[in-house]
Design a protein around this ligand. Structure first.
Ligand code: SPV
Ligand code: MN
Length: 617
């Protein structure tokens, strides 16, 4: 180590008495062979150094606002690379829906690609923790990266962990991430995309990611760590979920906390940042049973959010942050005269500038003849949660997290589920709302849009263990809770027979208030075959109070009609998926789905195929 690092940097590492850590660092520094190594402690100076280097090395550029920078990813490196993201496993087995690869072969292959990959570059060694330090949720992690942009993102998104590492006992468990952008082109974007690899070594609790910069592939503590923590959580009996955490303000100053799982681009960040509610986290929640309560913490302290469609009216809290003096990294937006622009921002966008495609003008086409929009649809912003006016800092920093009253599952669904419904109980919710989640594909993923896809718990892209084990753990987790959160499903994307959306974007604020009242048993609900739905009278009061809108009975009937043929078809699809593709599915899943089918058939006999909610009064 002493040979590889200069004296000051070596000294910083020496203060962490952990041979296992030193071996790991030495191994990858030797392999990648950077010309320089910088070790980040928790000091402000070290963070400032990284920020300065992101500008100096050209991965970020200064914008007119002194606290704003912009970064571009390669035109073909704009999203998570599912194909080249592989879970390395030792046994020769196939896991449905999971991209697995032989561990030995995978490690050999990627280590070969990593030989000398950081030559001539500076390598940053950073320490963080997922969850609050000194708490039951704490998970220490180390990141090696030759990208100051990646390290900068991590300083905005995660809690610093150098001091945590210093106090760890010998041979503790920690997560390890090694990242290299690989060779950069003249725009400082990753060039060798044909050698892009994200290899997840479950046994070694390490992820190696190369020849990419897009955050979802490169920021170790985000979706790369998620694959590792999902495995840990199932082994240890807790949950780590693709969920926001938010406090919903109830009557008389009461705050009730909810978590919510939605696939990317289905309203997750928009929901938890609602300006009149309390924001705790937008992407990854760890949930543990503490004294019989389900308690959640945000693994992160920042937001790496989608910027498209963020405007003053629909997302005032995010808008405010992006227009403030807080630190922001923008990525893959349009830049003109030091200012940034994106699609759907609600103000006029210039006809030219610079974006993820280089110099841009309206009408510009890419190699395949597709017109290039001003900003990429997966363009993002990185900010600290502390920048939000409505952040709940006490909840964010609480070592024991917050007590969860409700869990919400949301998807993009044109024709099946009503805007909000409540499961009968934990098991019914886990199976019919979570494990049965389907969502239409969006521009976030390459390929056709609007195709219905199975996406249990909105976690399918990140799953690293068999689905059956994951669901069993959920059921078991609930079984052991003294106070079980209620489980809800929401659907912001329901349409009528002409294809028109049946709800406004803002209506989600009302569904939250209704759920808040339900978890305290303060409103009645109607029992339908798929769970409980709101009564018109209660929604009318809430629409008036929250949105100052009249909510007609006619709208209510359209939105909350129980669509039996679609619901039955959905149960059939889900049953088939589990029967045909998921070995060892817990038997109870089929039982619960059969019961649901039964209720739907009986209701159909009595009331017909499309049942007005008024029939359930
Ligand atoms: C998501 O797509 O769910 C994200 C962004 O939160 S990424 O880091 O790409 O996963
Ligand atoms: Mn996410």
């Amino acid at each position: 180590m002493q040979e590889l690092l200069n004296k000051a940097q070596f000294q910083k590492l020496k203060e962490i008495k952990n041979p296992h850590l030193h071996d790991f660092i030495a191994k990858y520094v030797k392999l990648c062979n950077p010309s320089k190594v910088f070790v980040c402690t928790d000091s402000v100076e070290d963070e400032e150094y990284v920020k300065k280097k992101a500008l100096e090395y050209g991965e970020e550029r200064q914008l007119a606002n002194p606290n704003h920078t912009v970064h571009f990813d390669n035109y073909y490196d704009q999203a998570r690379d599912k194909e080249n993201t592989r879970i390395l496993i030792s046994e020769n087995i196939k896991l449905p829906y999971i991209n697995t690869y032989d561990r030995k072969k995978g490690l050999e292959e990627i280590h070969k690609l990593m030989e000398g990959i950081t030559e001539g570059k500076e390598l940053f060694i950073c320490f963080f923790t997922l969850g609050p330090p000194n708490s039951p949720f704490e998970i220490p992690a180390i990141q090696l990266t030759d990208s100051a942009y990646v390290a900068h993102n991590e300083f905005l998104l995660y809690r610093k962990g150098y001091e945590v590492f210093k106090r760890l006992k010998e041979n503790p468990r920690f997560l390890k991430f090694v990242h290299s952008t690989g060779e950069l082109d003249e725009r400082k974007t990753s060039k060798n995309l044909d050698k892009r690899r994200v290899y997840i070594d479950l046994d070694g609790e390490a992820v190696l990611s190369i020849n990419t910069q897009y955050g979802g592939n490169s920021i170790g503590l985000k979706k790369l760590a998620f694959r590792l923590t999902i495995k840990r959580a199932v082994e240890e009996g807790w949950l780590t979920e693709h969920m926001f955490i938010m406090g919903v303000n109830g009557p008389n100053g009461r705050v009730s906390y909810f978590t919510g799982a939605y696939p990317s681009m289905c309203g997750k960040t928009s929901t938890c940042t609602l300006i009149h509610e309390k924001l705790v986290g937008d992407d990854i929640a760890s949930i543990r049973n503490i004294n019989g309560e389900a308690r959640a913490v945000n693994a992160e302290i920042g937001v790496f959010g989608i910027i498209e469609g963020v405007n003053e009216k629909d997302d005032p809290a995010i808008w405010e942050v992006l227009n403030s003096q807080n630190e922001v990294i923008f990525s893959n937006v349009l830049v003109k005269d030091g200012k940034v622009y994106w699609s759907g921002m609600g103000i006029e966008i210039p006809d030219e500038g610079e974006n993820h495609s280089g110099k841009w003008w309206r009408g510009k086409k890419d190699k395949d003849g597709n017109e290039i929009p001003p900003s990429h649809r997966n363009a993002r912003f990185t900010v600290r949660l502390g920048a939000f006016r409505n952040v709940d800092l006490e909840a964010l920093n609480s070592p024991l997290g917050v007590k969860i009253s409700g869990i919400i599952f949301g998807g993009r669904d044109a024709d099946t589920l009503p805007p909000v419904s409540e499961a009968f109980d934990w098991v019914h919710g886990v199976i019919t709302k979570g494990a049965s989640l389907e969502s239409e594909t969006t521009a976030a993923i390459l390929g056709k849009e609007g195709v219905r896809k199975f996406n249990p718990m909105a976690i399918l892209d990140f799953l690293s263990i068999p689905i059956s084990k994951y669901i069993e753990n959920y059921l078991e987790f609930g079984r052991k809770l003294k106070h079980k959160p209620k489980i809800f499903a929401v659907n912001y994307f329901l349409r009528d027979e002409r294809g028109q959306f049946l709800n406004e974007k803002e209506d989600k604020a009302v569904w939250l208030k209704w759920m808040e009242l339900r978890v305290h048993d303060e409103v009645q609900a109607l029992e339908t075959p798929i769970g409980f739905i709101p009564c018109h009278d209660d929604l009318k009061v809430l629409f008036d109070r929250v949105l100052n809108k009249d909510y007609s009975k006619n709208d209510y009937i359209k939105q909350f009609t129980i669509r039996v043929p679609e619901l039955l078809a959905k149960v059939d699809r889900i049953e088939k998926i589990y029967q045909e593709n998921v070995k060892d599915t817990p038997e109870i899943l089929f039982e619960v789905l059969e019961e649901e089918k039964d209720r739907l058939m009986k209701a159909k006999e009595r009331f017909g195929e499309y049942i007005s909610p008024l029939n359930f009064v």
